[in-house]
Design a protein around this ligand. Structure first.
Ligand SMILES: CC(C)(COP(=O)(O)OP(=O)(O)OC[C@H]1O[C@@H](n2cnc3c(N)ncnc32)[C@H](O)[C@@H]1OP(=O)(O)O)[C@@H](O)C(=O)NCCC(=O)NCCS
Length: 143
């Protein structure tokens, strides 16, 4: 089930963050602020536990997403991005991803995103980001 985040979700979100982003995880306060700012577009996917999350701006900018390591490669991430596509129909989608995060880049390429630019020193540790974008035309084709 995919549903909006609740305040009781933060313990599990912090676990997923620590596993997914050892270099730049969100802390509890940052997750709480994101949930206040984006109550309708901070989504979690749950089975017997939380399997993953996505948070995006209503204009189509994906802020962050992650899936629990042992739940990857079974389509959970794709279903989360499909929610963004449905919500932002008519808008292009954008995100930043570490240049070293080749797995995530392949995931987004598979969903129709393309690398548009390289952003020098985007992350706090100095790593560059790729800006990836999926055009609104692709969004309309999917629906
Ligand atoms: C990126 C991430 C969200 C993908 O979630 P997921 O649930 O595993 O993705 P899916 O199962 O929907 O993958 C769909 C397809 O994307 C591609 N893909 C996904 N992960 C991939 C990887 N690590 N390497 C290569 N291709 C990958 C594959 O084509 C996959 O289809 P397949 O499994 O049939 O080959 C997940 O790997 C993750 O949480 N990574 C750590 C956090 C992160 O990097 N977040 C993104 C930051 S911008």
């Amino acid at each position: 089930m995919i549903r909006p985040v609740h305040s009781k979700d933060f313990d599990e979100l912090l676990q997923i963050e620590a596993q997914a982003f050892p270099k730049s995880q969100y802390d509890r306060e940052e997750l709480w602020l994101l949930s206040l700012k984006y109550p309708h577009t901070f989504l979690v996917t749950v089975s017997n536990q939380m399997d993953g999350y996505i948070v995006f701006r209503p204009d189509g900018h994906i802020i962050s997403m992650a899936v629990r390591p042992h739940k990857r490669r079974v389509g959970i991430g794709t279903r989360l991005v499909e929610k963004v596509i449905g919500h932002c129909s008519g808008n292009s989608l954008r995100l930043e991803v570490r240049v070293s995060n080749v797995g995530a880049q392949r995931f987004y390429l598979n969903l129709g995103f393309r690398i548009k630019a390289r952003i020098d020193g985007y992350y706090h540790d100095g790593e560059d980001a790729f800006l990836m974008e999926r055009s609104a035309d692709d969004t309309e084709d999917t629906n």
